[in-house]
Design a protein around this ligand. Sequence first.
Ligand code: HEM
Length: 147
Amino acid sequence: MLWLLVIHIAAVLFWCASLLYLPALIAGTSAGRTHIDPTPKRHDSAARFVFTHIATPAALLAIVAGSVVFLLNRTTDGWLIAKLTLVSGLVIAHSLIGLLVMRAEEEEGKRVVPWCWVLAISVCVLTLAIVWTVLAKPVLEITSWAG
Ligand code: HEM
């Protein structure tokens, strides 16, 4: 089971690192301040490559490995419910960054930099909150809907 947790944490590191890198890459590319992708081609930008070949596969692996650990552990504590609620926020940020990749590929001049800041800060806050929740495991009373 330990190797599953190691795969989970390694995938999480790739996922969060790429979600933090992408807003910087998109902002740098749209401001022409990066040599990585001076002229991003539609449907073929460096940001799209990072999103489709690193961020998304890492997200899927993190979620699958975490779900298997969850099923094997049968953990239903309040902190895990709180953690998974925060993780769904990270999944929404992931999707919005995907939209930002497409928007940045469209013709020049599309205002993406403010959204890069909003999403980078959101990913930072969510990642720190998730890691704190899973390491501190706060005792949270979750009222069961079954009464
Ligand atoms: C749907 C997605 C996820 C599921 C189902 C999931 C599930 C789990 C489970 C069941 C554990 C074992 C907890 C324990 O019993 O100690 C775990 C550990 C961990 N998870 Fe996740 N997780 C998910 C996403 C994430 C994300 C997005 C992060 C970070 C941003 C993360 C960070 C961690 C860390 C750091 C540990 C190790 C905790 C420890 O060693 O005590 N997980 N995860």
